[in-house]
Design a protein around this ligand. Structure first.
Ligand SMILES: C[S@@+](CC[C@H](N)C(=O)[O-])C[C@H]1O[C@@H](n2cnc3c(N)ncnc32)[C@H](O)[C@@H]1O
Length: 215
């Protein structure tokens, strides 16, 4: 395990051996995803999502960026038997695998670009997890605000992007546009009076935005 420019390696190791490990089907899906080199959520991120979902009694969950379903299954586990997940994945190949992994679960998997799919969705969600193309979070924001209820939570992943969001010293040239967009996105989340937002430096950086009001 390497230092990810967000937390020290010894902290990451400690979290990994201390937090509860995945079991059963979720562990099988995690292993397949790791074998495919997919950038799935780390254990500390997943346990944090589960804690937020369980403590807020969130049931209707929206996710952008399914991959093969690891984080989705983990969020559903925390939501309990009456939980329901709507999840959006752009890649047809990953969506196909996710569909198999979600079999028998209360999941609606929509294949497509999250920016476009969100425009077509209706309903009210308690919780949203945004874990897709980092440069597009800003374009999804208005629809996320429309779809997640007042007192709901939007969690955005990868907001510190290997530390590059926080300092130009780490910035890779080809990532300049994404980093600019991520900084603008975080500025917006932090200054929007309808939200209370915190940025938590675990995993690749999470922004937690609680919706206080919509107007
Ligand atoms: C970091 S992975 C998601 C990992 C997953 N949330 C997990 O932890 O198990 C990001 C996923 O978002 C998908 N993606 C990228 N851009 C997207 C978009 N605009 N709309 C929907 N999915 C997108 C990618 O194909 C990829 O599967």
């Amino acid at each position: 395990m390497e230092d990810n420019n967000i937390n020290y390696e010894y902290i990451l190791r400690y979290l990994k051996r201390t937090l509860r490990a995945d079991e059963g089907h979720i562990e099988d899906v995690r292993r397949v995803a790791v074998g495919m080199n997919l950038p799935i959520a780390r254990v500390e991120t997943v346990r944090f999502l589960q804690t937020l979902i369980a403590s807020s009694n969130a049931k209707r969950i929206l996710e952008i960026g399914t991959a093969i379903g690891y984080s989705g299954l983990s969020m559903l586990e925390a939501a309990g038997d009456d939980g329901h997940l709507v999840t959006v994945e752009k890649s047809p190949d990953l969506a196909k695998l996710a569909r198999e992994n979600f079999e028998g679960k209360k999941v609606e998997l929509i294949e497509g670009d999250g920016v476009k799919v969100l425009e077509t969705l209706d309903g009210e969600f308690d919780f949203a997890f945004v874990d897709a193309a980092k440069g597009q979070y800003g374009a999804m924001f208005d629809n996320l605000m429309r779809l997640v209820k007042t007192s709901g939570v939007i969690v955005s992943d990868n907001v510190l992007y290997k530390g590059m969001t926080a300092t130009d010293d780490l910035r890779e040239r080809r990532e300049i546009t994404i980093i600019k967009r991520m900084r603008a996105y975080l500025d917006m989340l932090c200054n929007d009076k309808r939200l209370v937002t915190s940025i938590v430096p675990i995993g690749d950086g999470l922004a937690i935005s609680y919706i206080v009001r919509k107007d």
